[in-house]
Design a protein around this ligand. Structure first.
Ligand SMILES: Cc1cc2nc3c(=O)[nH]c(=O)nc-3n(C[C@H](O)[C@H](O)[C@H](O)COP(=O)(O)OP(=O)(O)OC[C@H]3O[C@@H](n4cnc5c(N)ncnc54)[C@H](O)[C@@H]3O)c2cc1C
Length: 376
């Protein structure tokens, strides 16, 4: 027995989910990317399958499955359609944040419908002048007549304009704080065009005196950056998992093409230079998997996992970029020309070393943990 179920039962569950992803999610991934179309139908199907509820406690309608299983499910989703996976991952990060830091009333009011996917959430931390250095945020929340009034601009909010609630960070007199902001209070001022994950929606948000009920301050005033940081630790495991899925998709295509394509009277797969590429690609994918599973396991056990999540993210995202790049190389001109849909994987992977903390910031987190310095 591992956790509550037998290992075979988890495997069966993941196999069933994998089949579902292949039949129901993957077929539209190319079109979603081409049209930069939000994957509403994929989200609905996966919510119906209980995707977000997987790792959640039963009291909120969750299945209480272990985080390594959730990470594997996220990997499969990333393999099928990275845009769908990213949109779901951000939603999941908000749900987890509310579970960890929300008041009992907030959890009761918002979590059940969020976990079922009846409502959608977005995480809004980054600002035009505050990305890696989130402390530099300018968005202000002021208490007037018993309500919070929030003014400022947020940048790169995934799910913005599509969600029902924003988990949004703004400064009060006591410092950065987290708020649950109703979608109608925050105006999406523009959709940001992107290189990859084009089906996920990314917006700039403008808040002009946005009204937030005082009950919708999440947790304790002034603790917002701590909450954001901890939400991002978990989020990084999901970004690592999505990257593994993207890399696996690019790798599978490279193996197939290397068998099918002939040069100099042989299939590409007969050349040792191709074989070495494939061997390195698979080794990198499995290295990413191990680190991601380790971080997910530690999170599940309630043990510190900040550095491990950062290690998983930096390794899995950079490996994914390399695997996708090598897959394009194996496809030759057809890879660059997108005849086999491999450059989509590279474009999707390119985001992953930036979003939810850049590779540079991940390395700083890891090195601070090695040297015993205070966390960022
Ligand atoms: C498609 C997309 C979706 C996103 N979704 C969300 C979302 O849902 N919610 C949200 O809040 N944000 C989101 N983001 C924002 C993302 O998290 C930030 O882009 C990221 O944290 C980097 O911030 P920045 O873009 O301001 O870059 P900067 O912080 O300006 O960094 C620029 C470069 O400088 C480097 N750098 C910065 N500081 C240091 C340092 N101390 N040492 C060495 N190098 C350093 C960085 O690593 C990077 O290479 C999204 C971004 C994208 C592109």
């Amino acid at each position: 027995m591992v956790y509550g179920l037998a290992a075979e039962e988890y495997l069966l569950l993941l196999e069933t989910l994998g089949d579902f992803m292949e039949k129901e999610i993957e077929p539209t991934a190319r079109e979603i990317d081409l049209k930069a179309r939000f994957p509403t139908e994929n989200m609905t199907k996966l919510f119906e399958q209980g995707f977000t509820s997987m790792s959640f406690p039963k009291e909120y309608g969750g299945l209480e499955l272990p985080w390594p299983i959730y990470a594997s499910a996220m990997e499969m989703c990333g393999k099928a359609c990275a845009s769908t996976a990213l949109s779901l991952a951000i939603h999941g990060t908000c749900c987890e944040g509310l579970r960890l830091f929300g008041t009992p009333e907030q959890k009761k009011k918002y979590l059940p419908s969020l976990v079922k996917g009846e409502t959608l959430a977005a995480f809004s931390l980054t600002e035009p002048g505050a990305g890696s250095d989130a402390r530099n945020m300018r968005t202000q929340a002021r208490m007037k007549n018993g309500e919070w009034h929030i003014t400022g601009t947020k940048m790169f909010t995934t799910n913005g304009g599509k969600c029902d609630q924003y988990c949004l960070f703004a400064k009060t007199e006591k410092g950065p704080s987290a708020f649950l902001v109703d979608a109608k209070e925050a105006k999406s001022s523009r959709d940001i065009e992107k290189l990859g994950c084009r089906g996920s929606v990314t917006v700039e948000l403008v808040l002009e005196d946005a009204r937030v009920q005082k009950e919708n301050l999440v947790g304790v005033e002034g603790e917002g950056l701590e909450y954001a940081k901890k939400m991002l630790f978990g989020g990084r495991i999901t970004v690592a998992a999505i990257s593994i899925g993207i890399a696996q998709a690019a790798f599978d295509k490279a193996v197939k093409y290397s068998r099918d394509r002939t040069a100099f009277g042989h299939s590409l797969s007969e050349f040792q230079l191709t074989q070495a590429k494939l061997a390195d690609m698979l080794s990198q994918i499995n290295e990413s998997r191990m680190l991601t599973a380790m971080a997910a396991y530690l999170k599940d056990q309630g043990r510190p996992f900040e550095s491990e999540a950062a290690q998983a993210k930096v390794v899995a995202t950079e490996n994914a970029l390399n695997v996708c790049d090598q897959s394009i190389q194996i496809h030759g001109g057809y890879g660059y020309a997108d005849e086999f849909d491999v450059h989509r994987h590279w474009r999707d992977a390119r985001l992953m070393t930036i979003g939810e903390g850049t590779s540079e910031i991940m390395r700083l987190i890891i090195s601070k943990s090695i040297l015993g310095e205070p966390a960022m």
